[in-house]
Each structure stands twice: as C-alpha cells, then as structure tokens.
Design a protein around this ligand. Structure first.
Ligand code: FES
Ligand code: FES
Length: 215
C-alpha cells in the first residue's frame, strides 16, 4: 500500500520540478530575446543643426539628416513657392539657387548647406516689386497653371547668368567665342524644367526679352 503513495509523491515532485524548470527556461529565453530586440531596434533619427541664409534672412534649423533642402524650405520654413513636382530630380519644379547656382532642391540634403545662401522665388520679387524675369513671364504669358513657374524663373535667371559668365552648354558651337543667347542655347539650358502645360514657346519669348533688355 505504501509504494503507490510514494510514487504519487515522486510524480508530483517531478511535475513541479519540470514546471519550475520550464518557467525558468522561458524567462531566460525571453530575457535573451528582449536583449536581442533592444539591440536590433534602430536608434532615433540622427539630427543636425544647420544655419541657412534664406532670401537674406538667417535661419537656424534642427533637422533629421534625411530632410531635403526642398522639404526644409516647404515643411519647416513654410516657403511653399518652391514646388515639389517629381521629388526625383526630373522636373525642375523645385529649382532654387544656392550660393548663386541653381540646384534641384529635392536632390540635396538640407544638412549639406550649413552656412549657405539660398534664394527662393519669395526672395526674387513680389507682386508689387517684380523682378524683370517675372515681369517678362507675365507679359509673354509664360505660364498657365503656374506650378512649374517658380522653378522656371529661377532657372531662367541662372541661364542668363551662366551664358554671361561664358559657361558653355551642349549646343555651344564655339567654345572660344562669346556665347550668343540663341533659342537653341535657351532651350538646351532650360531643358531640366518641365512644363506640363506646355508653355515653352512663351517661356522662351520671356527669357529672350530679358536677355535683349540686358544687352
Ligand atoms: S521636384 Fe525636384 S526635380 Fe522635380
Ligand atoms: S505652367 Fe503649368 S506646369 Fe508649367
């Protein structure tokens, strides 16, 4: 009669011991898994503080390092004149100038421009005091919906400065002579600015008008 009782006791002890070891192993495994998850979890976004001079005004921004210059202008400084068309460097809607040279701001990280001078369409002119290029676009109907226009005007101004500085393009015939402001030169140099409304001939007329005024 005593043996079965002893067996039950041993069995209970065994089951309790097994359960305790299973729980212990479970906790140990969970601890290892939690450590692994913590190690694999990415840290928060890396940020940098940059100072940009935008349209003559110094602005300090602390930004995620991945923020483009375009998004810094539009989303952080609310300068929405610079447009986002493709966000891939294909349309030119985001063109602004950095230290006097035109750039596609969607292709450039804002943190690369610490100390740089940026000019956007808001700094070129206003309805009451338009830049000659803006006046020419109005005079020659160089836009329809206007979405591409800030980028077109920024590029157009840069095109004339590049020609004036003697910087050749793919259609420049004589690299030793002064570069003439021809239709071909303007079309080639403006080819990075797409207009879905197709206002190209009027844009060309506007730029030619400004070039003639300057000569
Ligand atoms: S939005 Fe930058 S090139 Fe299109
Ligand atoms: S005016 Fe509409 S996209 Fe150029």
């Amino acid at each position: 009669m005593r043996r079965p009782i002893e067996f039950k006791l041993r069995r209970r002890t065994l089951l309790a011991a097994s359960a305790a070891s299973a729980v212990a192993v479970g906790f140990a495994r969970r601890g290892v898994a939690q450590e692994a998850t913590a190690a694999a979890r990415p840290a928060g976004p890396e940020t940098s503080t940059v100072t940009l001079t935008i349209n003559g005004r110094e602005r300090e921004l602390t930004l995620d390092n991945r923020v483009t210059l375009l998004d810094a202008l539009r989303e952080h400084l609310h300068l929405t004149g610079t447009k986002k068309g493709c966000d891939h460097g294909q349309c030119g809607a985001c063109t602004c100038t950095v230290n006097g040279e035109r750039v596609n701001s969607c292709l450039s990280l804002a943190v690369m421009h610490d100390g740089d001078e940026v000019q956007t369409i808001e700094g070129i002119g206003s309805p009451d005091a338009m830049d000659p290029m803006q006046e020419a676009f109005v005079e020659y109907d160089g836009f329809q919906c206007g979405y591409c226009t800030p980028g077109q005007i920024n590029s157009a101004k840069s095109v004339l400065e590049e020609i004036n500085a003697g910087i050749p393009s793919h259609v420049t015939d004589d690299l030793t002579a002064e570069i003439a402001v021809t239709d071909a030169e303007i079309r080639e140099r403006m080819s990075g600015n797409i207009c879905r409304c197709g206002a190209y001939s009027n844009i060309l007329a506007a730029i030619t008008q400004v070039a003639e005024e300057r000569s």
